[in-house]
Design a protein around this ligand. Structure first.
Ligand code: NIG
Ligand code: FE
Length: 427
């Protein structure tokens, strides 16, 4: 079949193997690597790839792109972010650097509560503009699919406002956004003595979220100072009854039992896991729940890193994401999370690639569409200004992206998000 676009002169094309399940344990170290490759695209989907120039897919109308001997990978999947939030929290940064713990700042009414106040006060339009700027940054780092959570409202109106902004951006922006309702992100002061009433108020939002198609997943922050395992169970079980898929913030500081709970309820992922214990490892080894680790958060909180080598030895499926949020990970740069994964998690380059593409796609239930270069998959890919994938991990804190394609369309050129201009020209 003839292609709309053929990318030629690819130095090396690297993609996860052609499998229909998450990559676990040792299998995480396997990738497909083609040197001197081409990549053909038809109707926004990958048509073919392989060695050579792909001449058999070229007709007079086919657009030829010269990759200049550089690296091509699938678009990166950032499977855990809090991209839509009001304002920022640099005023707490100094306090944090002086050693005040994250949970103490939260307890004192700062942290998530400070962002809740700013998000409640911000108009939908302002929130849209701030979030769009972040999404453009993510796109420029090579991210083509993002998971985004609510959770800076803790009441109906603001939670719906956040999710509405995500829905609009999913439609307007090249990045695909998978939405998660995180109404149980923190306990508002006013409800401290009536925790059940707060949970009931959050549960009451679920039918509207479902009906309007505003979120696909429900998440809960299971942690000391946030929600107990019993409360998390109540939240997630109810969400499941309403037809939501599940996620959990677990074992970030203390291993309370959130990870075994996630596995038991069939959650797509358990996220953070810096403090995961034996029970958590055992539960994830037996279930399909993905261990989604967030090394930028460990870096920023100056805390320990998730024991990922142990996870891989125990045959877990690992994903990596940025956790971009205004408190514990105020950076949209997922490539930096990958640098940290190489240095602090001691993951191999192949393991890292699989973790931020195929496994990340599984953790947000998009593995049938994104995360791999294979015929029929969405033509989301990145041309890196790098000779190979290990180079991207070794040269840390640098944006190695050159061009980004979404559905076969150029959306970032020389690191600049151009999609609005390109749209303008063609309409
Ligand atoms: O994933 N841990 C809970 N939620 C976020 C942080 C939110 C914030 O500090 O604003 C996280 O780290
Ligand atoms: Fe988070």
């Amino acid at each position: 079949m003839k292609a709309d676009v053929v990318v030629r002169n690819i130095g090396v094309l690297v993609t996860p193997p052609d499998v229909r399940h998450p990559l676990r344990g040792r299998a995480m170290d396997e990738v497909i690597e083609v040197h001197d490759a081409y990549l053909a695209i038809k109707d926004g989907l990958f048509l073919a790839f392989g060695e050579g120039d792909g001449n058999e897919h070229v007709e007079p109308q086919t657009r030829i792109v010269d990759a200049g001997g550089k690296l091509v990978t699938p678009g990166l999947v950032d499977s855990h972010t809090h991209v839509v939030h009001g304002g920022s929290r640099e005023f707490e940064f100094e306090q944090k650097m002086r050693g005040v713990p994250y949970l103490d700042i939260l307890k004192a009414g700062g942290g998530i509560h400070a962002s809740v106040k700013m998000t409640r006060e911000m108009s939908e339009e302002a929130l849209y503009a701030q979030s769009k700027k972040s999404l453009n940054r993510m796109l420029a780092y090579g991210v083509t699919t993002v998971e985004g959570k609510s959770g800076y409202g803790l009441e109906r109106d603001t939670e719906i406002k956040q999710l509405t902004v995500q829905q609009r951006l999913h439609e307007d922006h090249p990045i695909d956004i998978v939405s998660t309702f995180l109404g149980a992100h923190a306990m508002p002061k006013a409800y401290e003595n009536d925790r059940d009433a707060f949970l009931a108020s959050i549960v009451a939002i679920l039918p509207e979220v479902k009906e309007k198609g505003l979120a696909e997943f429900v998440d809960v922050f299971c942690e000391d100072g946030a929600f107990t395992v019993e409360e998390s169970r109540r939240m997630l079980e109810t969400a499941k009854e309403h037809g939501f898929k599940l996620k959990i913030h677990a074992d970030e500081v203390v291993a309370l039992g959130g990870t075994p709970l996630a596995a038991e309820l069939g959650a797509h992922s358990a996220d953070h896991l810096m403090a995961i214990d034996e029970a958590g490892l055992e539960a994830l080894a037996k279930h399909d729940t993905i261990a989604n680790v967030l090394p930028s958060t460990s870096f920023n909180l100056k805390s320990n890193y998730a024991p990922v080598r142990t996870m891989i030895e125990r045959n877990l499926a690992v994903a990596i994401s940025s956790d971009y949020n205004p408190g514990s990970s105020p950076s949209e740069n997922v490539q930096f999370a990958l640098n940290l994964a190489a240095i602090h998690l001691r993951l191999s380059p192949h393991e890292i690639l699989n973790a931020v593409t195929h496994n990340a796609a599984w953790s947000i239930d998009r593995a049938d569409k994104v995360g791999r270069i294979a015929p029929g998959m969405q033509a989301d890919f990145v041309i890196f200004d790098a000779p190979n994938w290990p180079y991207v991990l070794y040269r840390f804190a640098v944006n190695h992206t050159q061009d980004v394609y979404k559905h076969g369309r150029l959306v970032v050129k020389n690191q600049i998000p151009m999609w609005e201009e390109i749209d303008h020209e063609t309409h």
